[in-house]
Design a protein around this ligand. Sequence first.
Ligand SMILES: Cc1cc2nc3c(=O)[nH]c(=O)nc-3n(C[C@H](O)[C@H](O)[C@H](O)COP(=O)(O)OP(=O)(O)OC[C@H]3O[C@@H](n4cnc5c(N)ncnc54)[C@H](O)[C@@H]3O)c2cc1C
Ligand code: SF4
Length: 282
Amino acid sequence: MELLRPDSAEAAAAALGNGSIALAGGTEVLPLLRDGLVRADQLVELRDAVPRGIDGDRIGAGTTLAELEADPDVPQALREACSLAASPQLRSMSTVGGNLLQATRCWYWRLKFPCYLHGGEVCNAKAGQHREHAIFGNERCASAHPSDPAAALLALGARLRTTARELPLAELYRLPTDDDRNVTALEPGELILELEVPRPEASVYLKAMERRKWSFAIVGVAAARFSDGVRLALAGVAPIPWALPSVDALEQATPLPGTAYKVQIARALVRRAVEAISAPST
Ligand SMILES: Cc1cc2nc3c(=O)[nH]c(=O)nc-3n(C[C@H](O)[C@H](O)[C@H](O)COP(=O)(O)OP(=O)(O)OC[C@H]3O[C@@H](n4cnc5c(N)ncnc54)[C@H](O)[C@@H]3O)c2cc1C
Ligand code: SF4
């Protein structure tokens, strides 16, 4: 396998496709290659091609989760989401761009069951083990999106700049359909370069986990208060990061038999998150 190190975003984008894939921190790409879930002849390393660092409300896609959690100028919800993700070692390697594009942790998918997301007809998790799975958007695939930072960025109303366009983070994600099993709308060869993250008046990220450390979200709740209202988004509850239009929208959840408990947890975390960012009474 060949390792390419382009020195510009244009050169990196041009090198992608035809058996080559982008490599940022590698914490996701390398396990997927090792397990044969992704194949590549060339890895296109993004280190010198994608911006890294925090400049006001702009965050380079190559910024690590460790850098985000340590910067007091980063909105609290994003700092907390980063600090609760993975382990310190992984956070020092993991970039925010790679985090947004990580694949599902559904073990049927990881074990290469020919399930709906792999292009098959059925969701094996629905009929099988699905305690970690979705309570929203689970009609076809019941996987639970694993990214904590994505939920925080969704509540914060972040926008992305890519090599091809600018778009709201919400438009990066899509539920898989019969015609297209992808869960992102990124085109082949399109790279995320930068995020623009509005500053809220207050924000918070709360996460329920199996363990207190190093565990994916059973449910993650991000809440951000702006002058025009509160925005909520959830991790671990749908195949994509899930924007919750209101607290009451939790009652529209469609849990599987094994995920009904997540609705209870989401209710409690949403209530706590909204309380935590309430404007102080005058
Ligand atoms: C044990 C373990 C526990 C974890 N726990 C959590 C957790 O609790 N919460 C959480 O949120 N995450 C968790 N993660 C996921 C981890 O945060 C991601 O693996 C990491 O953020 C991916 O970033 P990376 O830079 O290593 O990406 P890579 O592995 O380099 O890339 C990931 C994907 O993104 C693509 N890519 C990378 N950068 C770009 C870009 N700029 N533009 C376009 N495509 C790009 C790559 O081609 C690849 O498809 C965990 C991971 C592990 C291994
Ligand atoms: S939840 Fe999605 S990834 Fe998991 S088995 Fe079902 S279709 Fe496949």
